[in-house]
Design a protein around this ligand. Structure first.
Ligand SMILES: [Zn+2]
Ligand SMILES: [Zn+2]
Length: 279
């Protein structure tokens, strides 16, 4: 395997989370078991086999590798990928691909799908992705991956097996869909992106940005530019029900060591060890 870009991996239950993220540098994440990825700020060679991607917004550190990814899949004779992105980003991306085709004389086969807050995309029979509004300096989206399970409706829970079978044979749908938020990806956003989407706080795994961690950095300015400060997270502590919270997208103003120092000083218990720094 060619290692062209940094990739960190963390395994949580049956899910591997792979990726890398630094503000203004590059951001890319993928869930190999779910066959889906988020953001294309870079494209590690090993990520190419993932056929479906969601782009949170059009900033270069989240989208710059889109043409590289599309061209690489064509070169390797893989199926054209499907990339979901904020509706406002589709036309510029199409134009960029057109110009790259002219420059490179290679085709750019891809299925670009515009989405907006409230969009719902079926990944498979078991998995659904929903998009939610986030708040940044350009149109932006957050995403939740839900696992769908069929459960017996509560009203039938007292019945015996044969009774349920008879109802079923009579044409009654005895089950209902239950959705479990397995994974959430905030993308770049001010705290509103979390507050407006309760599933972000409930997902088993949340990948979020905490771009700023130093006490001296002014929060009003940070929010204006659509980002989150560590203090915002601490203020909202009771809301985070997640089993694992991955903090990422730290500003390049901080070294890895400095991020770890500042966060551990402010949150000594690391949210009962649920808070993980992606450094
Ligand atoms: Zn960013
Ligand atoms: Zn951004």
């Amino acid at each position: 395997m060619i290692h062209n870009m940094p990739v960190k991996t963390l395994i949580h239950k049956d899910l591997s989370i792979e990726g890398y993220s630094r503000a203004a540098v590059q951001t890319y994440w993928r869930l190999p078991e779910f066959k889906v990825g988020f953001d294309l700020g870079g494209q590690p060679w090993s990520f190419m086999g993932t056929p479906t991607w969601f782009v949170s917004h059009g900033h270069l550190d989240h989208v710059a590798a889109l043409p590289v990814y599309v061209a690489r899949r064509r070169m390797m004779k893989m199926e054209p990928p499907t990339i979901y992105l904020p509706a406002a980003a589709v036309e510029p991306v199409q134009a960029i691909l057109k110009w790259f085709t002219r420059l490179d004389r290679g085709r750019m086969p891809v299925n670009l799908v515009p989405i907006e807050p409230g969009s719902e995309i079926e990944l498979s029979r078991e998995l659904v992705v929903t998009a939610s509004a986030t708040r940044h300096t350009v149109p932006s989206l957050g995403f939740v991956v839900w696992e769908r399970r069929r459960k017996l409706k509560a009203e039938y829970s007292q019945l015996t097996g044969p009774q349920i079978r008879d109802l079923r044979l009579g044409g009654t749908d005895v089950t209902e869909e239950r959705r479990v938020p397995r994974f959430a990806y905030l993308g770049d956003s001010s705290p509103e992106g979390l507050d407006n989407c309760p599933a972000m706080y409930e997902a088993q795994v949340l990948v979020m940005e905490i771009t700023f961690v130093a006490p001296s950095h002014r929060k009003d300015k940070i929010h204006k530019f659509g980002h989150i400060h560590l203090d915002d997270v601490i203020q909202r502590r009771p809301r985070f029900q997640n089993e694992l919270i991955i903090a990422s997208h730290f500003s390049t103003r901080y070294s890895r060591k400095r991020v770890a120092e500042l966060v551990r000083r402010a949150v000594p218990d690391m949210f009962d060890d649920r808070l993980h720094l992606w450094l």
